[in-house]
Structures are given as C-alpha cells and as structure tokens.
Ligand binder design. Structure first.
Ligand code: SAH
Length: 251
C-alpha cells in the first residue's frame, strides 16, 4: 500500500510552537482530517483536501483517515497540542487494530507537539520540576469512579496533577469534585494553576490557592494543574509569582 497517515500535533495554538517536522508533514499532506477548530488552524492551499468534522467520535475520523490512506492518499490527521495526549493518535491505532488487516502495511507516523500541560507549565515557571501525572477528567470514555480512584491515588502519592478536559457544558461538576478531593489531600494554600487558551490571543493564566481555585471559573479550554505539597510560589514586586516544584525531595 502506498498511502500514509501522519498524526500531527499542532501545539497549543501559536504557530511558533509547531515543530518544523510537523510543519513539513502538513506540507506533504493531500488530505487533512480533524475536529474543525484544529483543521481551521492549518492554512488552505491548493492540493490539500480538508475534511473538518464536528463528529466527536474520534475512532470514526481515524477510520476515515485509514480508508483514504488505503486508497493511496497521503493523509494528515491533526490534533491540538500533542496527538498522543488525549487525542487522535490512540484513536488511529485503535481503528488500525480493529480494522482491515491490510491497513497494517500502511505507513503510519506520529509527529509530536507541545501539549497544553507543558505550555502552561512554562508560562508560570517550573511546576512540573518534580514527579507529575496527567489525567483527563472527561468521563465520556471511562467511568467517573475510575477517574476519582486514579485521582485519589496520585494525590496520595503527592504528584503534581495536570487535569485535562476539566469541565464542559455537558460535564459542569467534575472539576469541583476533583478540587474537593484534592482538598482532602493538600493544604488550602497549595498552588493551583488555571491556564486558559495558552498560546492563543485570549490566553489567561491564574495562579490561585486551592481553596480559592474551588471558587474560580474554568472552561473546556482550560488546563488545571494542582501542585504537590512541595510546589511553591516566589512572589515578585509588580508581577505574577513564579511557581515551581523543587526536584529534590526530603532534603
Ligand atoms: N492533545 C491536547 C489535549 C486534548 S484534550 C494536548 O496535547 O494539549 C483537550 C483539553 O486539553 C482541554 O479541555 C484543555 O484542558 C487542554 N488544552 C488543550 N489546548 C489548550 C490550551 N491551548 N490551553 C489550555 N488548555 C488546553
């Protein structure tokens, strides 16, 4: 089979965060597949067929990409941030595993991107300097009780926790439930970072204590990071504090 699928991370927003390798892969594509806000970020050009979808079933989109590739097309599937982080890359491999065995002969590659967690961390300092983990709060693909069990375990293990998909119109209460659980494990002044639309014109970053964060507004464009017990602030005159987590533990 001569076709290919490249799953491409577009980074958090600003095109300067797109890697040169991802940019080359976009230039080489004949078909562009993805959720419409991500497809909209890729400039139009002749020879590029755009298949923007508002279908949230990622595996359907992945199957479409593999079908096009099997017919000989060079297909780019795009995700925001990194495509391997709660995004299209896993959907492509899920469709590949379940689909036509001939698809396994296709060239399938993944071009990494800067995920929201790393872009947000860089804005405020070095909150991920120690051990950390990432959890999606969306219960579309997994039961809520699995999410709370994992969250409770990593809070007890004193990791910094990055929460993706913290809230949406269909899921208005999960973030509050997660922060309530966090307050059972962490002090009320533990730094919490609410990083909204990082790398986009409407970027807004807040660093609040855990108790205040429970009162704060967030939306689906927000990445929430809950500090570990060692995560601290360096206050500054006339500027936002730096936030960091020391690498050393127990010294
Ligand atoms: N693949 C993406 C994540 C997809 S899940 C990545 O690697 O970043 C979607 C969630 O990611 C959103 O609900 C939000 O929590 C987070 N997110 C994506 N882009 C963001 C951005 N620019 N700023 C803040 N959070 C973002």
């Amino acid at each position: 089979m001569s076709g290919s699928v490249t799953v491409i991370g577009l980074g958090p927003g600003d095109f300067r965060y797109l890697t040169p390798a991802a940019s080359d892969a976009l230039d080489a594509a004949q078909d562009l597949i993805g959720y419409f806000p991500y497809v909209a970020r890729v400039p139009e050009r002749t020879g590029l067929v755009r298949h923007a979808s508002d279908n949230r079933v990622e595996v359907d989109r992945a199957r479409h990409a593999l079908e096009l590739a099997a017919s000989g097309r060079r297909v780019a599937v795009v995700s925001g941030g990194d495509p391997g982080v709660f995004a299209m890359a896993a959907a492509v491999f899920e469709a590949l595993e379940a689909g036509d065995p001939a698809w396994r002969a296709l060239t399938v590659t993944v071009e990494p991107g800067i995920t929201a967690m790393l872009a947000a961390a860089a804005r405020v300092g070095a909150p991920l300097g120690g051990d950390f983990c990432a959890i999606s709060l969306s219960d579309n693909l997994k039961p809520w009780k699995v999410i709370t069990a994992r969250l409770g375990a990593v809070l007890a293990a004193d990791l910094v926790v990055a929460l993706y998909n913290p809230i949406s119109r269909a899921r208005p209460w999960q973030l509050d439930a997660a922060l309530t659980l966090a307050s059972e494990h962490r002090a009320p002044d533990t730094p919490v970072i609410l990083a909204r639309a990082v790398g986009r014109p409407d970027e807004a970053i807040r660093v609040l204590g855990l108790a205040e964060a429970r009162e704060a507004e967030a939306d689906m464009a927000t990445l929430v990071m809950i500090g570990a017990s060692a995560t601290r602030l360096i206050p500054r005159e006339g500027g936002a504090p730096f936030v960091y987590t020391p690498r050393s533990v127990g010294r």
